[in-house]
Ligand binder design. Structure first.
Ligand code: HAM
Length: 452
């Protein structure tokens, strides 16, 4: 008899076909979920001290926002947009990135009239790009990002780069490369465009069909083409830095000198042009190497023309965004492990009276800041001990009716197995002290390991 072959989506359970997630999307839970949350927590903590305010904009926007903002010639707009019409016939798009939405919000809410310029925002959320899914390239991706609106000064560029660099440092990423370039202002860009076109024109037959279209629409895109990346003609193509006018040169030199003050290592790379059309002056990428290939974990730059393109006043802006999934990949590559999800306390009981007290005590202990679990399934005491072990509980609290009568509970160190009867009045103090000791032991153990 032939073997039965079932595709994943045709898997039957209870007679019903299982529905699978859309291609390029992911379910986030367990260790991966904790890694994402940790990255997000560090980003929001650092954003607060760098004084970036949280902003949340809609996940879908008018399609025109992205077409006008990111540029018709960018790959994202041409090939990767999730465009749809709603029931009212409005043309909408799932956001492929965060910058255009923040700029729309800045203009629509007339934030440019706010007395405290520049305005500094951070965000974190899902974005949607119809790409060919592979490791580090998803259709639903999560980005965190910063946008600083209303400052031309190069210190703003340096601050954005410094933020990104510090996030990666705090997360323990050792091998991040910062690549930096300048496209210059409009005058420099126009001059560069002419020189690039003159250089590429005789060689265009050897480029892909997309690049042939790019040639007249936006020739800078050719430098970023994945298909033609290895074309030897590109190696000797003119570099943007050679065509900067004095003002653009000065801006770039200042960005570099501020990064030197901040001790942020960077590499100037004339090939960085970025995939979106709104950039001018500083552009940068944060790269890590995975399996011999460079992967951008974050990128950004200055976009002084975007606010006016979208109908607002001339406003100088700079920003950056980072794919949390790629940062998580980089952490894995650096051998970082989130470890097990350990809890502080597990409450065990046998009878209904003890259970009632467990319900009350769990709430008190949680409000006192302890990560606390209790028994829900009415298991035997032996099975409860096993469950506490599976949850890596540091301490067990055994509720016993007779001891509760005396206002006491038994607390057991789940590692050393030492037990003590503790008065309920002193329980919080007792746990504070014990858990602090545990943490110190754990830290000194890590230090010893590092010394070795
Ligand atoms: P971007 O270079 O298109 O820039 O994306 C920024 C980062 O998002 C990338 O470096 C990468 O880490 C992540 N990313 C992009 N596409 C994917 C994908 N398909 N799967 C997983 N991760 C991805 C922007 O989005 C600009 N808005 C950045 C910016 C902010 N510029 C100024 N302000």
């Amino acid at each position: 008899m032939k073997g039965l072959v079932l595709s994943r989506s045709a898997f039957l359970y209870g007679g019903r076909k299982m529905i699978t997630k859309p291609k390029g999307c992911y379910d986030l839970y367990g260790k991966e979920g904790r890694t994402f949350k940790q990255i997000d927590n560090i980003v929001s903590m650092l954003a607060e001290v760098y004084h970036y305010a949280y902003i949340r904009t809609p996940i879908f926007e008018a399609s025109e926002l992205f077409h006008r903002g990111m540029g018709e010639s960018s790959d994202v707009v041409k090939k990767e947009m999730y465009d749809f019409e709603d029931k009212g016939g409005r043309k909408l798009t799932l956001r492929p990135e965060g910058t255009a939405g923040v700029v729309r919000a800045y203009i629509e809410n007339k934030m440019y009239g706010n007395a405290t310029q520049p305005l500094k925002f951070y965000y974190s959320g899902t974005m949607y790009r119809y790409e060919r899914p592979q490791s580090g390239r998803d259709r639903e991706l999560t980005q965190f990002g910063l946008e600083l609106l209303g400052a031309t000064d190069p210190s703003a560029d340096a601050e954005i780069i410094s933020f990104a660099y510090q996030v990666y440092q705090i997360l323990g990423l050792k091998n991040v490369k910062v690549k930096l370039n300048s496209l210059g202002d409009n005058e420099s860009r126009t001059l560069y465009r002419e020189k690039l076109m003159a250089y590429l024109k005789p060689h265009m037959d050897g480029f892909c069909e997309d690049c042939k279209t790019r040639f007249s629409e936006n020739p800078l895109r050719i430098l970023d083409c994945k298909v033609d990346a290895k074309n030897p003609v590109l190696k000797d193509a003119p570099k943007t830095l050679d065509f900067l006018n004095d003002a653009s040169k000065e801006h770039f030199e200042q960005v570099c000198s501020y990064l030197d003050i901040l001790k942020i290592p960077y590499e100037i790379d004339g090939t960085i042009v970025r995939g979106l059309d709104y950039y001018n002056h500083t552009v940068f990428e944060f790269l890590i190497e995975i399996d011999g290939k460079e992967l951008a974990i974050g990128a950004g730059g200055r976009y002084n023309g975007l606010v006016s393109t979208l109908g607002g006043p001339e406003t100088a802006c700079v920003g950056f965004a980072s794919g949390i999934g790629r940062v998580a990949l980089a952490m894995e590559e650096n051998g970082m492990d989130m470890g097990e999800d350990a809890i502080d306390l597990y409450l065990l009981y046998v009878n209904e009276e003890e259970k009632k007290y467990a319900i009350y005590l769990a709430q008190e202990l949680r409000l006192a800041g302890y990560k606390t679990e209790m028994e829900y399934l009415g298991r035997s005491l032996k099975a409860q001990f096993r469950q506490a072990d599976r949850m890596h509980a540091k301490f067990l609290i055994l509720l016993n009716s007779e001891e509760l009568e005396n206002n006491e509970v038994k607390v057991k160190n789940n590692q050393t197995k030492e037990e003590e009867l503790v008065s309920l009045d002193a329980l919080i103090y007792y746990l504070d002290e014990k858990l602090e000791d545990e943490e110190e032991d754990c830290c000194s153990h890590h230090e010893e390991e590092e010394d070795v």
